[in-house]
Design a protein around this ligand. Structure first.
Ligand code: PEP
Ligand code: MG
Length: 324
């Protein structure tokens, strides 16, 4: 297997007719970096910054954050590293910053928390910017955005952090900034949001949960949680179309991108890159290399006519079987 991985690592991720699609990884711990490099990732599509916060007993200082972020940026340099601003709340709470709510997934989470605590957001953004000095492979990603007002506020804070660190003598460019599309409302505002940023990244885990009204962690309704639901696929297609209409690249960083069958559909939809768990990367790359973009598009057309996730899944499995 490891010989196979070595060979695959060096091969480009492209269809049989030469359509290239970069495969990125999702990271959190430093250990993810090693696995990502072994598998030939072309960048980091999602660095979950909650992870270094979760393993501490208090909020990490600017200096501590800077050191952790710099490790990520250095490890992948010159490849891009997409750092998401702190996304706590929902199922992720910090022991030293407990959030107790009846409906945590509909409550205070992601950007909502950090806009209410701009000091946390500013400190984190300053640490990110400083950590990229001399490297300039940083991209900043904003989670749980549900409208333009939140995005405006967040962009304003990033600008302020940038002004501050520049005034202090740090020589950094303004990094590309992107917005996550993971709240259904944002799907319908993709164009407005896209105009304000440099890139779009779909969070299919939360988008599936919110579109289907199915808790992503509740085993009782796990059968209903399915990113191959036609409504989810319609939403994804719309995001790609609208992001491209504004000339912005669009990526996807939920678990779905790491499912080889789903990845074929995402490729056909026109996603510009896929970000996944490093473990799944070789399988996805192998699959992409088996198919032509033409066949992938035909498969997408066929699947978009189907009415249930079950029918979609069996059609995909048939195609995968025919590919061997
Ligand atoms: C998502 O929601 O799809 C996502 C990538 O973010 P997280 O799983 O961290 O919520
Ligand atoms: Mg999410």
């Amino acid at each position: 297997l490891s010989r196979g991985l070595d060979v695959l690592r060096e091969l480009p991720c492209e269809t049989t007719d030469g359509l290239r699609i970069p495969l990125w990884v999702n990271t959190g711990l430093l250990a993810d970096v090693v696995r990502a490099q072994e598998r030939g990732a072309e960048g980091v599509g999602l660095y979950r910054t909650e992870v270094p916060f979760m393993i501490k007993e208090r909020f990490p200082s600017e200096k501590e954050q800077l050191a952790i972020y710099r490790e990520q940026l250095q490890a992948f340099h010159p490849l891009p590293v997409t750092m998401r601003s702190l996304d706590i709340g929902g199922d992720k709470s910090l022991p030293y910053f407990p959030i107790q709510e009846e409906n945590p997934f509909l409550g205070w989470r992601g950007i909502r928390v950090t806009l209410d605590h701009p000091e946390i957001f500013l400190l984190q953004t300053r640490a990110m910017l400083k950590s990229s000095e001399g490297l300039n492979n940083l991209r900043i990603l904003l989670p749980m955005i549900s409208g333009t007002r939140e995005l405006e506020e967040a962009l304003h804070l990033i600008q302020r952090a940038w002004n501050e660190v520049r005034d202090e003598g740090t020589d950094v460019r303004m990094p590309p900034v992107g917005v996550m599309i993971e709240v259904p409302a944002a799907v319908y505002q993709t164009r407005e949001l896209a105009r304000m940023v440099d890139f779009i990244s779909v969070g299919s885990n939360d988008l599936t949960q919110y579109l289907l009204a199915v808790d992503r962690n509740n085993p009782r309704v796990a059968d209903l949680y399915d990113y191959l639901h036609p409504a989810v696929l319609e939403a994804l297609l719309r995001v790609v179309t609208d992001a491209h209409a504004e000339g912005r690249p669009v990526s996807i960083c939920g678990e779905m991108a790491g499912d080889p069958a789903a990845a074929l559909l995402l490729l056909a939809m026109g996603f510009d890159s896929l970000s996944m768990n490093a473990t799944n990367l070789p399988r996805v790359k192998w699959m992409v290399r088996q198919i032509s973009s033409q066949v992938a598009r035909e498969l997408l057309d066929k699947v978009m006519q189907l009415e249930s996730p079950q029918a979609i899944r069996s059609t995909l499995q048939e195609t995968l079987r025919s590919l061997g």
